[in-house]
Design a protein around this ligand. Structure first.
Ligand code: EPU
Length: 423
């Protein structure tokens, strides 16, 4: 077990590269199940979630190898003609996103058996929208002993209407539809840039997809796809984390590869708070200006302010002038880390899915615990403006989604290091 050790820092300066998007790469990895052969994914970061999905693919008989790191991270995946279409409990329990094996498995092998995902650190993670869509496409499900099992002959295209634009359900159905018979239309589809990235890779593999990035995606099924060679887009949540760091610690940094066009609403919010961002064409140049000012935040599906940005924004608001109301509209339980920020002197009151954040001049370093990837990163950021030492335990949660967060923040001048819990 490891922890981050953070001391007051700033101003930051220099350049940092933003690596490949976790929430794209994980889906690109399972999409390889749609075709036999040798696939190559580029810009794959060295994060634990990639390792877990490799294990998941490995359990099915798919071999993979990884070399490099960061933007040079290369993942080679070899998919054999037949796989064992089972996602076991031990791995699904580690990563709820494993549900995105279901679409490719049903489409290509007509069978998928998956341990039912349980709750998460920020609430329940149901998969009803995924299952309903696959049923509409002809799959039949049974549930027994904690596993859901789907079977079908060839999936049949149809009209799938989501009651909510679920990100992974859109990915899952889009993947399944590439090999279905006929045309599938997804209405109220998620519009995240990672959905566009997945559609781009599927198209390179031979799929016929139109409308990815809009609320209506149309997929015309084909009989067969070929292997992929695809580079993932940059991680907008990682970029947001660095933008939060410069907002808190002050200074000016350039985030190479960051896509301002994927983060418009966030950049507007950050500007109002006091983090000024300029699109440089090769990334984002960002400067933190004092004093930070409070603004209200309400999370929404893309292109709204993503729920994944919220912990970073709350860290900024804890030391901003004024009072902000933060509303969480995606995952009702995603306020747990607030209790940790309060231990650092933050003035936050939560009620249901709302939080009232009253800015204080400075936080106070304390031992705190990371509960999930984004919460852990936000606590590290809070430590940059906390007197004394902040120790964030549970660094392994952060490693799930960030490669070497401490090292990369340090290279910009932040006082952040890692220690083993035994030290
Ligand atoms: N939902 C259902 N039924 C479903 C699917 C979703 O009720 O069948 C609900 C969820 O409970 C939630 C809402 O719909 O209330 C939105 O969930 P969505 O399906 O959009 O989220 P997700 O696809 O499971 C992805 C990211 C999350 C990110 C959310 C929201 C991946 C692997 N995960 O989750 O990322 O917070 O979209 O943008 O893509 C993270 O990176 O730390 C992370 C949690």
């Amino acid at each position: 077990m490891e922890r981050f050790v953070v001391r007051p820092s700033g101003p930051l300066s220099g350049q940092a590269e933003v690596y490949g998007a976790k929430n794209s790469v994980l889906k690109l990895m399972t999409a390889t199940l749609l075709s036999t052969g040798h696939h190559r994914l580029r810009n794959v970061p060295a994060i634990t979630d990639v390792t877990i999905v490799r294990e998941l693919l490995g359990a099915m008989g798919v071999s993979s190898s990884y070399e490099g790191s960061g933007t040079a991270g290369l993942l080679d995946i070899d998919v054999p003609a037949s796989v064992l279409p089972v996602a076991p409990y031990a791995l699904v329990e580690k990563i709820r996103a494993s549900v995105v094996v279901m679409g490719p498995l049903l489409a290509r092998y007509g069978s998928a058996r998956m341990s039912l995902p349980g709750g998460d650190d920020f609430g329940g993670r149901p998969i009803d929208m995924h299952l309903r869509a696959f049923e509409e496409m002809g799959a039949v499900f049974t549930t027994e002993h904690g596993y859901v099992e789907g079977r079908c002959d060839r999936l049949v295209g149809g009209r799938v209407v989501f009651e909510f634009p679920s990100h992974t359900a859109t990915d899952n159905v889009m993947m399944a539809a590439t090999l279905a018979k006929g045309t599938t239309v997804i209405e109220n589809a998620a519009r995240e840039p990672e959905v566009i990235d997945l559609a781009a890779m599927l198209t390179e593999m031979g799929a016929h997809i139109e409308g990815a990035g809009t609320s209506r995606i149309e997929i015309e099924g084909v009989d067969q796809l070929g292997p992929a060679d695809h580079a993932a887009i940059a991680d907008r949540v990682e970029a947001a984390t660095f933008l939060g760091a410069v907002g808190l610690a002050g200074g000016e940094i350039e985030l190479l590869n960051a896509r301002a066009d994927h983060m418009e609403m966030l950049i507007e919010k950050l500007g109002a708070i006091g983090v000024h961002c300029v699109d440089t064409g090769r990334g984002i140049l960002a400067a933190g200006r004092r004093p930070l000012r409070s603004v209200d935040v309400s999370t929404l599906p893309y292109p709204g302010v993503a729920t994944d940005y919220k912990p970073v924004l709350v860290s900024l608001l804890t030391v901003a002038e004024g009072v902000a109301i933060v509303s969480e509209n995606i995952f009702a339980g995603r306020f747990r880390y607030v209790e940790e920020l309060k231990r650092m002197g933050a003035d936050i009151v939560t009620k249901g899915h709302h939080a009232v954040v009253r800015g204080v001049p400075r936080l106070s370093g304390a031992p705190v615990r990371s509960t999930d990837i984004r919460a852990g990163a936000a606590l590290v950021l809070a430590g940059l403006v906390a007197d004394g030492v902040t120790q964030v335990s549970g660094a392994e949660h952060v490693d799930r989604g960030y490669e070497d967060l401490a090292g990369r923040l340090s290279s910009l001048g932040a006082d952040v290091s890692r220690e083993s819990d035994c030290e």
